[in-house]
Design a protein around this ligand. Structure first.
Ligand code: COA
Ligand code: AMP
Length: 630
């Protein structure tokens, strides 16, 4: 069948299409139907099914004879370690940790925060939670204690599983002080923690609260897979929104299994047993869906890579991993390839490795610039496929369905909507726009299985953030257009979210932190174009009247403040002190225009501007610090 046939079949009879896909999942009790719409616009998929996520990721493969196949390949150039975990070992390890968590009182529905670097134990912890029906929430290691505390207060975990440290090229990141600091800051206190002690740096454990990973589970009974309902959450993953309070995206079990399993063959074109590598981090959605869950649901081997595309030790690391582990599909963010291309523009490192096992490269997380795609295609000699998705959806909204049909690639477009996604381009007043016209990208409800049904403890925020602007549609927060063949082009965010090295960050959140500096009266943060990271944040600070301290000193303090409060991942390195911020007459800061001035793009004076002269002042201040870059 062609892509068109499959897409249209899913549109015409979603019930039939998704019930057929559900056949590929091992249910404890099969769902009687796919979609439950009695709570619309809160749609529920496979609600009356009973299932276990870990069973489908691990146990069933052992039972089907894949026990000796590698489930996880661990390759850590940063520590000089390589390891492998078979499906049979993973079954034992998840059952053991699950049993230990149950023994310590963790039950179905309890939340467990996981704060770990790229080690196989992070996947074991996620799957062990899923095994016993606990809801995990993984927090990325590049966040500061304050961010961890916010997530602790929102998810209210009974336990936290962490490692003693993560390793960045320039430093060992000691997790335990961050964890202790977060627990201290949070109103909610977890009952206990489990700490994986790494060789690079051991953590001090607090008697009675902190347990050593090995001792905690040494003699624990093996846990069975606990039955969970189709709509029971497997995890909560926090992502950036407009404010400092991150949004807790909820992922229900049934749809997650059905949809992710479908993507492995139909989008990525891999067969069970193939090695699949998503070079991301378990703290992000790509890590959840494509380092942990989808490859394992589908019986693939997944690669856990602890390192960077460059510098660990060189720009040939990706090629070594591909050739050494027989990787068939690589998935990463374009920024990783820009980093490699910058160090090794002529692809010299590639000549040292045989990467003929690689079938394709998939890119997502940020706009894939044509130059990067062309460079990757030229040197890797495989198709390079852009696809577009979000934490909220958990898998591609728009992609090139390589396992169904290899659609012609159009540079700059992630191609076409996946089954179940009815994508529309809307004007501000919700009218459908014709091909070629830029508008808000919205998806007609219901969203397909596997996508978010709501936000954790924040149903009203879910409604306001995604459903209210265009009734009957899910608002993606991205702007773009469709061409006459239905190919989609993603152009920009419509909100205050920026994308730095494939990391989704909120400028509003940075502004909240900067506003906390005693000398700052008012501030704005914008995203500016960056050759390597796609975008970088840039702050504008208006100081309180009477402040006479050196602006340089204040900027340095502000940079430190963002690093301390949000974390190094915010990559907030620069701010400019200005007298005033450009605003509309109603007081809205004109961030979009400031970004355009900083990037040297053309812009139009808005009719609603309060005082046009301020834009000249901003342009002058930007020029003084080298914007736009030439
Ligand atoms: N724990 C602690 N700190 C972390 C971290 C982690 N897990 N991840 C990143 N950081 C730190 C970095 O060390 C850096 O700190 P610094 O300011 O002291 O240098 C800061 O956060 C910013 O990180 P990043 O924006 O990633 O920049 P980088 O220079 O370290 O690396 C790339 C740049 C392009 C090599 C890297 O971002 C990359 O490999 N990205 C592609 C893959 C990816 O992760 N995509 C994300 C989602 S698909
Ligand atoms: P995240 O939730 O972290 O995955 O970030 C999702 C956002 O990243 C999207 O809403 C887009 O703004 C951006 N994004 C992801 N993939 C792409 C892509 N292929 N092209 C352009 N932007 C993308």
């Amino acid at each position: 069948m062609s892509y068109k046939d499959i897409y249209e079949a899913a549109q015409a009879d979603p019930e039939k299409f998704w019930m057929e896909q559900a056949e590929k999942i091992d249910w404890i009790r099969k769902p009687t139907k796919a979609l439950f719409d009695d709570r619309a616009p809160f749609y529920e998929w496979f609600r009356d099914g009973v299932v276990n996520t870990c069973y489908n990721a691990v146990d069933r493969h052992v039972e089907q004879g894949r026990g000796d196949q590698a489930a996880i390949i661990y390759d850590s150039p940063i520590t000089g370690t390589k390891d492998m975990v078979t499906f049979a070992q993973l079954q034992e390890q998840t059952a053991r940790l699950g049993g230990a968590l149950q023994r310590q009182g963790i039950k179905k529905g309890d939340r467990v925060i996981i704060y770990m670097p790229m080690v196989p134990q992070a996947l074991v912890a996620m799957l062990a939670c899923a095994r016993i029906g606990a809801v995990h929430s993984v927090v990325f290691g590049g966040f500061a204690a304050n961010e961890l505390a916010t997530r602790i207060d929102d998810a209210e975990p009974k336990a936290i599983i962490a490692a003693s440290c993560g390793i960045e090229p320039s430093r060992v990141v000691s997790y335990k002080p961050l964890l202790d600091g977060a627990i201290e800051l949070a109103r909610h206190k977890p009952e206990f923690t489990v700490i994986l002690q790494r060789d690079q740096l051991a953590a001090d454990l607090k008697e009675g609260r902190d347990y050593d990973w090995n001792a905690f589970q040494a003699d624990a009974p093996l846990a069975d897979c606990v039955p969970t309902g189709g709509m029971d959450p497997v995890y909560i993953l926090y992502t950036s929104g407009t404010t400092g309070q991150p949004k807790g995206v909820v992922r229900p079990a049934g749809g997650h299994l059905v949809a992710l399993n479908w993507t492995m063959k139909n989008i990525y074109d891999v067969e069970p047993g193939d090695v699949y590598w998503a070079a991301s981090d378990v703290g992000w959605i790509v890590g959840h869906s494509y380092i942990c869950y989808a490859p394992l649901f589908h019986g693939n081997t997944t690669v856990v890579f602890e390192g960077k595309p460059v510098g660990t030790p060189d720009a040939g690391t990706f090629w070594r991993v591909i050739s050494e582990h027989n990787v068939k599909v690589l998935f990463t963010a374009p920024t990783a390839f820009r980093a490699i291309k910058r160090v090794d523009p002529t692809g010299e490192f590639l000549k040292k490795y045989d990467t003929s096992c690689l079938q394709s490269l998939f890119l997502a997380g940020e706009r894939a610039d044509p130059a990067t795609i062309e460079w990757a295609e030229k040197h890797l000699k495989v198709p390079v496929i852009d696809h577009w998705w979000q934490t909220e959806t958990g898998y591609a909204i728009v992609a090139n369905p390589y396992g169904i049909e290899k659609m012609p690639v159009k540079l700059g477009s992630p191609t076409v909507p996946m089954p179940g996604y009815d994508v529309h381009i809307l004007s501000e007043d919700g009218k459908e726009l014709p091909a070629g016209e830029l508008g808000a990208i919205a998806v007609k409800l219901p969203l397909p299985p596997g996508t978010l049904p709501t936000l954790w403890n924040a149903e009203e925020r879910f409604r306001k953030s995604y459903l209210d602007t265009f009734p009957g549609y899910y608002e993606t927060g991205d702007a773009g257009y469709k061409d006459e063949n239905g190919y989609l082009y993603i152009m920009a965010r419509t909100d205050d979210v920026i994308n730095v090295a494939g990391h989704r960050l909120s400028t509003g959140q940075m502004e909240e932190v900067l506003a906390g500096h005693p000398d700052v009266a008012e501030c704005a943060v914008i995203g500016t174009a960056d050759d390597l990271k796609g975008q970088m944040p840039l702050g504008f600070l208006c100081l309180n009247a009477g402040v006479t301290r050196s602006p340089k000193e204040i900027v340095a303090e502000c940079v430190k403040l963002v690093r301390d409060k949000i974390g190094p991942v915010a990559a907030f390195k620069t701010a400019i002190v200005v007298d005033r911020l450009p605003k509309t007459r109603s007081g809205k800061v004109l961030r979009g225009i400031m970004s355009k001035i900083a990037d040297g793009e053309s812009w139009k004076m808005p009719a609603t501007i309060d005082d046009p002269a301020i834009l000249d002042e901003i342009a002058t201040a930007l020029r003084l610090v080298g914007y736009p870059e030439t």
